[in-house]
Design a protein around this ligand. Sequence first.
Ligand code: NAD
Length: 353
Amino acid sequence: MTTIGIIPGDGIGPEITEAAIQVLRAAAPGLTYEYLPVGHVAAAGSGDPLPDQVMDRLRELGVVLKAPLEAPKGTGRIVKLRPDGHRVYPSINNAVRRELELYANVRPVHAVPGVGRPGAELDLMLVREVSEGIYSGIEHRIGDVAQAIKIATRPAWERIARFSFELARERGYDRVLLGHKANVLNLTDGLELEVVRTIAADYPDVELQDMMVDALGQAIVRGDVPRSVVLLDNQYGDILSDVAAAVIGSVGLGPGANYGADVAVFEACHGAAPDIAGTGKANPVGLILSGAMLLRHLGDHRAAEAVEAAVRLVLGERRALTPDLGGSATTGDVTAQVVAALDEVDEAVAVRA
Ligand code: NAD
């Protein structure tokens, strides 16, 4: 029996975690769940937001469903003591990814007809490099002067480029589209472009395109980016994945997965939304679809497809929409509708399987 590590998160985290687990229980009854405290909850007990025994257990389990964790503005730095010294991370979410050595954050953007901006028919797999970039957290401030250093290394970009081309092959995309700003950041983004071009030579069946990230942002908002795996650095990926999710309807729709060599963490692309915590307004779809990515990672393609099809049915037929999508349904209503729709889609998925 497979056990999934659960980080229930802050703000709307516990509500959407409950929703996602309810759908997972219905779609794949054989899984068990183990709640593990990270962030404020852990710090309140032990003083450490990333307790060693919790991080070791997450590594041991290898598959984790994570809700968003709050990171205070300007003061959210995490210092993790290790036997070989200490590491400083700019935020708790960055710390979880880097402590677990996750490097590829995949955020699918699949428009559902009838939801989101008319004409925004995006079908993208955003791949965000999350082990380095400007979010490495190397900052200095002396009085009124502050600096941040952007890190780009050849090994990390070879790894993320290969990951992106492999993902394109696996999921049937014939293009990798790199977003960068090599016309300004000549050395950092320039290195990224150079490395991705080199790796592309090993994948003649997948086309490589590149675009300035600002032009790419425009194209995403217009909804006319061709079907692609879109490769972005840590910060560009952070920003454009929220933008893309909003274009197809709401940031609450965006799922995600973070992959490393040994651990995979599944989390929605949005944050903890403290403004709507406890109101029942949280859209659970981003985390429910992250659960579908988790099922696919476990090899249960049929259950993954069933969850995705159930969500498409509920949204496409407007059976239950939370307020961010213009409806008045609660988190619980959407969850119940997705669970009910699993029975309807199960047959269709079984026929295709
Ligand atoms: P946010 O994504 O939490 O919220 C932005 C807006 O989107 C808010 O109006 C919110 O109500 C809405 N929203 C977000 N998710 C929604 C959902 N599922 N359903 C309906 N509406 C939703 O971004 P923020 O306000 O900048 O951040 C809040 C906190 O979350 C901060 O502490 C931030 O550091 C943290 N955060 C965590 C992660 C993560 O855990 N990976 C990611 C981003 C932000």
